[in-house]
Design a protein around this ligand. Structure first.
Ligand code: OAD
Length: 232
């Protein structure tokens, strides 16, 4: 089904589930340098450190529960199957709230990727070490989380571009608009004639590109907006 509503989510939608954002005060990138943990070069230099960083994030994500914002989007998707959720988040909180039509454009903590042979597979253990051999090539040294790092291409960009071209409504939730290509989706949707709405704790660098910005906590803004769309 062609999506008519495209929703882009970022770390802000999971903040009230207890998962840290990246650029707010106390955010992940104020504590660790992204060049040390979120690039292919960092993994080549110190794979054990990079795996340990994502082991900690995986443990936090699995311990977290979806909040009313994730639940409201799952309710919207159930009532409007022409909804597509594109998330930059590597947690599984949309799915755990019941959403099915989710693109993880920055990958997932519940997946592994072999840097040696490119094989991808689901990852259920809590930690990842080089003794975990790749089921594709049998080697262990390239086993890494299946998350997209800086300098790598996000997933499903063609499918997302098609959805942005065809949608009537584009909504960005809990994302600062600092990272491309996701930050450019609003312009793409607007150019294709869609209405654009931003739901975020505060105004962002890209707020001026949206027709409307509502500021507040996702756990309040998102359920209220979903009720508006569904007319209930
Ligand atoms: P950021 O940390 O850059 O932005 C989070 C946004 O959420 C900010 O604008 C906050 O104001 C807002 N926010 C915080 N709490 C909120 C709440 N309770 N309700 C609503 N909004 C809230 O995170 P992202 O935009 O997701 O990529 O970052 C994009 C990408 O940068 C990430 O996917 C990650 C990161 O580097 C990679 O690692 C490749």
């Amino acid at each position: 089904m062609t999506p008519r509503i495209v929703i882009l989510t970022g770390a802000g939608i999971s903040a009230e589930s207890g998962l840290g954002t990246f650029r707010d005060a106390g955010g992940v990138w104020t504590q660790v340098r992204l060049e040390d943990v979120a690039t292919p070069e960092a993994f080549a230099r110190d794979p054990a450190m990079v795996r340990a960083f994502y082991d900690a994030r995986r443990a936090q994500a699995r311990a977290a529960a979806p909040n009313p914002a994730h639940e409201a989007l799952a309710r919207l998707e159930a009532a409007r199957p022409d909804t597509l959720i594109v998330t930059q988040n590597v947690d599984a909180l949309h799915e755990r709230a019941g959403a099915r039509n989710v693109i993880h454009m920055h990958g997932t903590l519940d997946g592994a990727l072999c840097a040696a042979c490119g094989h991808r597979w689901p990852w259920t253990p809590e930690t990842m070490t080089e003794t975990d051999a790749c089921p594709g090539c049998g080697r262990g040294e390239g086993v890494r989380p299946d998350v997209v790092w800086f300098g790598e291409t996000p997933h499903d960009l063609d499918r997302i571009a098609d959805a942005l071209d065809a949608c009537d409504l584009f909504v960005a939730i809990g994302t600062s608009g600092a990272v491309y290509p996701a930050a450019g989706f609003v312009a793409e949707a607007a150019a294709a004639g869609a209405r654009t709405l931003e739901l975020n704790l505060e105004r962002t660098e890209v707020s001026a590109l949206f027709e409307e910005t509502r500021t507040g906590r996702a756990s309040e803004l998102v359920p209220a907006w979903v009720s508006e769309v569904l007319g209930d």
